[in-house]
Write a protein that binds this ligand. Structure first.
Ligand SMILES: Cc1cc2nc3c(=O)[nH]c(=O)nc-3n(C[C@H](O)[C@H](O)[C@H](O)COP(=O)(O)OP(=O)(O)OC[C@H]3O[C@@H](n4cnc5c(N)ncnc54)[C@H](O)[C@@H]3O)c2cc1C
Length: 266
């Protein structure tokens, strides 16, 4: 049984964004690492590795549709313990909407072959639609299991999982193969080990292009039904800071309370 974990490289959570007059978005990070593994995917990667360690999966394969730069994210997956990583990259996929992305991911999963579980994070911190896992499931004709907070059992061609709902949990069973998207309650992601990082740095990550895949349906910006026509930075917040001076705490508090009365805050 092979397990695939789909992961995406996203801007760092501390990245500073700039949008130019044409709506072109760029970003940089004060920490010098502008791109990272989508944080929600760390739980998916960990779960894929645990499926190998605890549930007899033969492979835990990390899969990304993205640019050459996304290899960095895939190296993190290898350093954590994934057995293999594959990048799918082709200008024909640039600007795809989630449907286009799902078509490419489904084609890559079909090409890998013998995959029983495709694991996803709940959402990506940039696109933030949460649509990709269910669209991949639809494309593959597999059962989607969303908001998974625990994998209970895999036996007799069936998987039993716990799903986290707003007001409780439910346990559901479905026949394999399945697509699951996981929530952060499912596990505590491990840190990449020193040996893992060294191994990942030496690894060669294969790059599949459109010519390697049988993608069913259109991809790319032209085919995208959703148009990201208006991307803009919100105006900076207006506000000012006033430091209340005083000899003692009591004096400062008195002045603050007077001020709050004056301004009709209290
Ligand atoms: C240059 C550019 C142009 C774009 N143009 C458009 C556009 O015109 N219209 C539009 O609707 N969208 C556009 N997008 C957004 C793009 O469609 C989404 O980023 C992508 O389809 C995934 O959706 P999401 O980010 O909401 O992921 P979610 O659905 O929130 O992510 C859920 C899970 O799916 C995984 N996942 C998502 N994408 C991938 C991937 N590529 N490879 C592997 N796993 C993945 C995530 O890592 C996560 O585990 C554009 C993105 C870029 C970078």
């Amino acid at each position: 049984m092979k397990v695939v974990v789909c992961t995406k490289q996203t801007p760092s959570t501390t990245a500073v964004f700039t949008v130019d007059a044409n709506g072109h978005v760029s970003w940089d990070d004060p920490g010098g690492k502008p791109n990272i593994v989508n944080p929600w995917d760390e739980y998916a990667i960990e779960e894929a590795i645990r499926l190998k360690e605890n549930h007899g999966a033969t492979d835990a394969i990390a899969l990304t549709v993205g640019s050459e730069e996304s290899k960095d994210a895939l190296k993190t997956c290898l350093a954590m313990g994934c057995t293999e990583a594959i990048l799918v990259s082709d200008s024909a996929f640039d600007g795809s909407d989630t449907v286009g992305t799902a078509r490419v991911l489904a084609a890559a999963i079909n090409k890998i072959g013998d995959v029983q579980i495709a694991v996803f994070g709940n959402r990506a911190i940039d696109g933030d639609t949460g649509l990709t896992p269910v669209q991949v499931a639809r494309k593959l004709g597999w059962t989607p299991l969303t908001y998974v907070s625990a994998i209970k059992e895999i036996s007799n061609g069936q998987i039993t999982v716990e799903r986290l709902l707003d007001d409780g949990k439910e346990t559901v069973t479905a026949p394999l193969p399945v697509v699951i998207s996981v929530v952060k309650e499912i596990n505590e992601p491990r840190y990449p080990s020193f040996m893992g990082i060294r191994k990942a740095n030496r690894a060669t990550i294969p790059v599949w292009t459109a010519a390697d895949l049988e993608v069913d349906g259109a991809t790319g910006a032209e085919a995208a039904k959703v148009n990201w026509g208006h991307v803009y930075a919100p105006p900076p917040r207006e506000g000012s800071v006033e430091i209340i001076e005083g000899e003692t705490i009591e004096e400062k508090v008195r002045k603050l309370v007077d001020k709050l009365f004056e301004e009709k805050v209290i």
